[in-house]
Write a protein that binds this ligand. Structure first.
Ligand SMILES: [Zn+2]
Length: 116
């Protein structure tokens, strides 16, 4: 499953970052996932549960923020919300699209507890 390997790499990154910052337990992880990232949200949630089981992130809350797509027309530079990855500009009807947002898959922030 595609989402499971993504979940594992997210968990891996979070663990490394927490370790590098000599942080305490990670209570929250905020993820930005674009609507055109090709990731199933429900499937990713489930995979994160599987990937964190038995690890120190088992109790961590993963907040998945859905990032809506923003596209720019390469011809007239009009900004719009595309319904598909390939579309025509609603302003000048030229084919072609440059996605500015909507394909991201990133760890936006971690909330860690302070080590006493
Ligand atoms: Zn245009």
């Amino acid at each position: 499953m595609h989402e499971l390997s993504i979940a594992i790499s997210i968990v891996d990154t979070v663990l490394k970052q927490a370790e590098a910052a000599s942080a305490g337990p990670v209570s929250e992880v905020n993820l930005d996932i674009g609507v055109f990232s090709g990731i199933e949200f429900e499937s990713l949630k489930f995979s994160l549960d599987v990937a964190t089981k038995g690890s120190i992130l088992e109790k961590t809350v993963f907040n998945i923020h859905r990032v809506e797509a923003v596209a720019e027309c390469p011809t007239c530079h009009h900004l719009y919300t595309p319904e598909r990855v390939f579309s025509h500009c609603p302003e000048c009807s030229q084919p072609g699209i440059r996605l500015i947002r909507g394909t991201e898959l990133q760890i936006k922030s971690l909330l860690v507890e302070q080590n006493e």
